[in-house]
Design a protein around this ligand. Structure first.
Ligand code: SAH
Length: 379
C-alpha cells in the first residue's frame, strides 16, 4: 500500500503518450488514426490505411517492421507515435480448457482476460477498467474499488494479443465485456476500442458476436445503443428492488423500475434480445417465488435469462444454491416461455470464473508461481 502511494500515478489522459511524448496510436479509431497520420507525418490516405492495417491485422510491434510503407515515413511515425502492447505477466490454463491471461499495464496496474472454449465457440471475456466502482457485494473485483479506466488500446489489445497467440486457423468467435470493470462507466474509451474490434480493416468482429454487460447504468444504455450496434446484457441478479438494493448499490441510484424501463426503451434490432444475468445466491434469490417475480419483471421485454450459480470464494460467506434449486428455477422460467440457460462455471481452478477476477491478480506477485505458470503455458 505504501509502495502504491509512492509510485507517481499517471492519469489515463497522460497514458495516451509514452515517456518520450509519443502518442499511443492504438488508442485512436480508424478515422482518427488516419487523419492523425495525414496531418502529423504527411502520410497519404493509402499509406495511413496500410499502416493502420499492419498494426491491427498483422500485429506489428513497431513501425520499422511495417514494410508496406516507405522508410522515411516509418521513421517519422516512430518519432511521434508508438505501438502499445499489454505485457503478458501470466497465463493460466484450467483443466476444463479455459485460459486466464494476466496482463501488466504501462503504469504497473494489472488486468485479466479469460478465453473460454465452448463447442464451436471461442469466447474472450475482456476487462474495461482496473478494478470497479460498482461495489456489488458478491463480486471480488468490487473489493479493489476503481483504480482507473482502461484506455482504448488496453481494451482492444486484449483480443488482438490473445488472438495472435492462437494456432493457425483458430479465431476468437465472441467478445464479451464481462471481465473486470463496468464497461458503461468507461463508455468513451470502450466505444473507441470496439470501433477497432468491429472494423473490417482491423479486428473485424461481427456486431452480433460482441456483448456488453452492465450493472444497468441507465443513462448510458441508450448512449451505447446510439453509438454501437452490439448486444446488451444486464446483470439483474434479483427479483425485487429491495433485494437488488441489498447486493447492488447502483440500485440506490437507478431503481429497478427505471432499469427495466430503460430495457423496454432499448432499441433492439429485430431478432435480438437482451440477456439478463442472474447470479443465484443460496437462500437469497433462488426460490420459486423469486422465479415467479422474475417472470413478472421481464414481461414485455424481449429477454433471455442467463442463470449464474454463485462462484464461492473464501472471502465471502455467500453460498451457491443446490443443483436442484438451480434446475427448478430454470424449469419454472422455461415453462413460462422464458428462454433461460444456466451458465456452466468455467476455470474455477484458476480463479477465472465470474466474479473471481482481480483476486488472483493480487496473489500473482509470487515469483516462483509466476515462473512455473509461464513454463506450463509455454511462454
Ligand atoms: N460490470 C458488468 C461486467 C461484469 S460481468 C456487469 O456487472 O455486468 C460479471 C458478471 O458476473 C455479472 O453478471 C456479475 O453479476 C457476475 N458475477 C460477479 N461475481 C460473481 C460470482 N462470484 N459468481 C457468479 N457470478 C458473478
Amino acid at each position: 500500500m505504501e509502495l502504491d502511494r509512492a509510485r507517481p500515478r499517471r492519469s489515463v489522459r497522460q497514458l495516451l503518450h509514452d515517456e518520450q511524448g509519443r502518442i499511443d496510436i492504438k488508442s485512436m479509431s480508424r478515422d482518427d488514426a488516419i487523419a492523425w497520420m495525414m496531418e502529423e507525418v504527411g502520410a497519404t490516405e493509402g499509406q495511413a490505411l496500410r499502416t493502420y492495417k499492419a498494426i491491427w491485422q498483422k500485429g506489428a510491434r513497431n513501425f520499422e517492421e511495417i514494410d508496406q510503407v516507405a522508410g522515411p515515413l516509418r521513421k517519422k511515425l516512430a518519432q511521434k507515435a508508438y505501438i502499445s502492447f499489454l505485457a503478458p505477466n501470466l497465463v493460466l490454463r484450467s483443466s476444463d480448457g479455459t485460459v486466464k491471461y494476466l496482463w501488466t499495464l504501462e503504469d504497473g496496474e494489472q488486468i485479466e482476460s479469460v478465453l473460454i472454449p465452448d463447442g464451436d465457440r471461442l469466447t474472450l471475456c475482456i476487462s474495461s477498467q482496473v478494478g470497479c466502482a460498482m461495489a456489488c457485494t458478491f463480486c471480488l473485483t468490487g473489493d479493489l474499488g476503481l483504480k482507473r479506466q482502461l484506455k482504448p488500446s488496453e481494451i482492444a489489445n486484449q483480443p488482438l494479443q490473445v488472438g495472435r497467440q492462437l494456432p493457425e486457423g483458430v479465431r476468437i468467435t465472441n467478445l464479451v465485456l464481462m471481465g473486470m470493470g463496468e464497461p458503461l462507466h468507461n463508455l468513451d474509451n470502450l466505444t473507441r476500442a470496439l470501433d477497432v474490434c468491429l472494423d473490417d480493416e482491423a479486428l473485424n468482429f461481427s456486431h452480433r458476436k460482441i456483448t456488453v454487460s452492465t450493472v444497468g447504468l441507465v443513462p448510458k444504455m441508450g448512449e451505447l445503443a446510439a453509438r454501437l450496434p452490439v448486444n446488451l446484457a444486464v446483470s439483474l441478479n434479483a427479483s425485487s428492488h429491495e433485494q437488488r438494493a441489498q447486493i447492488m448499490p447502483i440500485t440506490g441510484r437507478y431503481s429497478l423500475d427505471e432499469l427495466l424501463q430503460a430495457c423496454r426503451d432499448f432499441p433492439l434490432p429485430s431478432g435480438k434480445m437482451i440477456t439478463f444475468e442472474y447470479v443465484m445466491l443460496r437462500d437469497f434469490n433462488d426460490s420459486l417465488e423469486d422465479a415467479e417475480r422474475l417472470v413478472g419483471l421481464l414481461e414485455g421485454i424481449r429477454a433471455k435469462v442467463n442463470l449464474i450459480p454463485y462462484n464461492e470464494n473464501p472471502d465471502r460467506t455467500l453460498r451457491r444454491p443446490t443443483d436442484e434449486a438451480v434446475d427448478a428455477f430454470q424449469d419454472y422460467l422455461v415453462k413460462r416461455h422464458l428462454n433461460a440457460t444456466v451458465r456452466v462455471s468455467r476455470g474455477r481452478d484458476i480463479s477465472a470464473a465470474c466474479g473471481q477476477l482481480g483476486k488472483a491478480a493480487q496473489q500473482a506477485v509470487d515469483e516462483g508461481w509466476l515462473q512455473t505458470a509461464r513454463a506450463i503455458a509455454g511462454m
